[in-house]
Write a protein that binds this ligand. Sequence first.
Ligand code: GLY
Ligand code: MN
Ligand code: MN
Length: 503
Amino acid sequence: MTLVRSFRSLLCALALQSLVGAVAGAQVTQAEYAARRDALAKSLSGDGVILVLGNREPKENFQNFWQSEPFNYLTGFLEPDAALVMVKKGGTIEQMLFVEPRDPAQEVWTGARLGVEGVKPKTGMTGRVATALRATLDSLLTQGGTLHAVGDLSRGGGADVPGGTTIRTADDQFIDQLKLTHRNITVSDAGSVVNRLRGVKSPAELALIRTAAQISAKAHVQAMHAIAPELAEFEIQALAEYTFRRNGADGPSYGSIVGSGPNSTTLHYNKDDRFMKAGEMVNMDMAAYYGGYSADITRTVPVTGSFTPAQKDIYQIVLDAQLAAERQVKPGTRFATLNDSATAVLRHGLTTIGLIESPTATYDCGNGRSCPQLSLYYMHGLGHPIGLDVHDVDVGFSSGAPLAVGSAFTIEPGIYVRENLLAIIPDTPRNAALRSKVAAGLKKYANIGVRVEDDYIVTATGFERPTSEAPRTIAEIEKEMARKGPIPARDAATVEAYKKIRP
Ligand code: GLY
Ligand code: MN
Ligand code: MN
């Protein structure tokens, strides 16, 4: 895509944003899918056959079908048992989409199919019936050459399972069969090339992420209005997921986490089945999935609507850590710099409130190793990219790649004070000293688990935070929670815009 074209698409996206306020209705066009396929083919050197396998039909027709993300990224085609084949030869690229044929009897069960004849008008590719895939590949690979494969492929021979056997995925087995028939082909896994392309978000993708984030933030505001002692965690989960759907989202982007009291200290607690009590915090990590794109947001609030002094202590440290990281966000900054800023605040704050001995203090974490005391309370990463997946493909943040305009990711520091912390650290003289020093602090802060998570998109001058509608300072949260009231009418503009993409 040229600079002029991408700038024009950006202007279109911005114009749409001002129309509906939430950029709802944006979608990835067939031209964009075609450009992605083109970029993949051009990134692979020499001639060859590119095979991208979609996910298979679930075993039972009442199970949800989930399209493979690389396949979705390259085609936008959301039916099962499909495959994309591109033949790159002497500067030309032939593209075929293999799909299930129309079948009125089967469609009664799982819905209308595009069918072979629908492929060309919709996508511009040649439509072929799925059952012809193997024969087509056999014919294309007769002379040998390179097969660039993208699918659920296990590197290094398959996933290890207890007992020493290895499992080959269905996609592995398909490629294995091809290799048996065509012994002179070279198979290369092109998944990492697709991942690299996915790392750079287009204006349409950013618009979808933005909408997912905005709907998610609305759900958190709703939750803040509803939370009260004796409400069940699952009622908040239900309210949030209802808010996602009625605002046009496809559903939750991951299992919604609503953890009150002790559950607030369990990172991926998603049973959501406890009744919350006055005096506790409730940690809510719930976000929407919209038009195929994921948001990810956490707010942690007091069940009564008012923070206790102890809850304020922990909350403020976590929020300050997020703000310290956030201040670093701009093109060219490495994610490690955000991480350094956030962890410095956490280390200092935990020292001040007596939960660790000093910012750099360590403890015996077993097998003769020393670990930072910080990791007793903060044991996950600062954030991750978001996109088609909530933990989207690694775009090199962890290995030092700088943030770029359009990078979309979370910043989500946390402090989790587990009641049984002292019981689970190894019994050593060093840890005995630590135990006695932090016992009082642990008692004071036990069962307070706080995470503050927002979504960010890097702009030329800094960042935007599309989850900003959800209050996050102590004062803002207390003010929002005091606003009890009925669930407001749905966001009509967002739903109207959504109708345009999914009539
Ligand atoms: N909701 C999953 C995460 O925050 O990474
Ligand atoms: Mn996250
Ligand atoms: Mn999250």
